[in-house]
Design a protein around this ligand. Structure first.
Ligand SMILES: Nc1ncnc2c1ncn2[C@@H]1O[C@H](COP(=O)(O)OP(=O)(O)OP(=O)(O)O)[C@@H](O)[C@H]1O
Ligand SMILES: C[C@H](N)[C@H](N)CCCCCC(=O)O
Ligand SMILES: [Mg+2]
Length: 227
């Protein structure tokens, strides 16, 4: 991996919940860690936590980074309810403090970092901010993770248009759970998205039930993103 002065920082968002953002974030973090770049994972809002002390996405990012940061540093806002973080907070009569999020980000001191959102771009984080507002505030480029296959053209285009409207740079789209890169419809989707939106489309990562093979496949697909 080429040495550069500028830190590698990226925000991993998706066209939906459950599309593979955590898989992709962990793959990026482990590639950076293997290159000795001491990355940090940051999942500022996590809902659907079975245990508030052990938010699964945030712990997965921390493990992939090989980081020793505390849970509060990696994931300052945690909720049990498996709904949008902003919805979970309002059900609890709470308003997650935006400044707490920004202070936690600053404590990562501008190093190599991978940030994972929650669900897609217009998921509420509190009463005023959606995920896209966090991306714009942190001024990070984006990796957009989308499901491969039928339906992705529309979902991906909608997300890319929303990002373009906010002038948020998109480093790549990653398609997950595809059939095979050789599949004509996968190839057509990749070509069409690249031609229409001028963004590299990586993958598709095939559907791989085996966790180790899946992680390796995400790393292979995302390797071109790294310096
Ligand atoms: N290519 C794949 N092959 C097999 N399983 C996959 C693949 N991609 C994602 N998954 C599985 O789909 C589920 C959702 O993936 P993941 O947790 O990365 O989604 P997410 O976008 O981070 O979701 P959330 O919005 O809840 O954070 C996980 O169980 C994951 O293992
Ligand atoms: C609970 C889930 N795993 C995510 N953490 C949150 C997804 C919120 C999706 C909101 C929506 O788009 O309807
Ligand atoms: Mg996730």
């Amino acid at each position: 991996m080429a040495q550069t002065d500028k830190p590698f920082q990226i925000f991993v968002t998706g066209t939906d919940t459950g599309v593979g953002k955590t898989q992709a974030s962990c793959a990026l973090l482990s590639l950076l860690a293997d290159a000795g770049l001491r990355p940090q994972g940051f999942k500022p809002y996590e809902s659907g936590c079975a245990s508030l002390r052990a938010p699964s996405d945030a712990l997965a990012l921390r493990a992939a980074a090989g980081s020793a940061l505390g849970v509060d540093a990696v994931c300052p806002h945690r909720f049990r309810l498996p709904v949008a973080p902003g919805v979970a907070a309002s059900r609890l009569g709470r308003e997650p403090d935006w400044d707490v999020t920004l202070a936690a980000w600053r404590r990562l001191r501008g190093g190599n970092a991978v940030v994972e959102g929650a669900g897609g771009l217009f998921v509420p984080l509190d009463s005023k901010h959606d995920v896209i507002d966090l991306i714009a505030t942190l001024r990070l480029p984006v990796l957009l993770v989308a499901r491969a296959g039928l339906g992705t053209l529309n979902h991906t285009a909608l997300s890319l248009q929303a990002l373009a409207a906010r002038r948020i740079p998109v480093r790549a789209v990653l398609l997950s759970r595809g059939t095979s890169a050789k599949d004509a419809s996968e190839r057509d989707n990749r070509r069409l998205l690249e031609a229409r939106h001028g963004v590299p489309v990586l993958g598709p990562v095939p559907h791989l039930p085996d966790a180790r093979k899946r992680h390796a496949a995400f790393r292979r697909a995302l390797r071109p993103l790294l310096p």
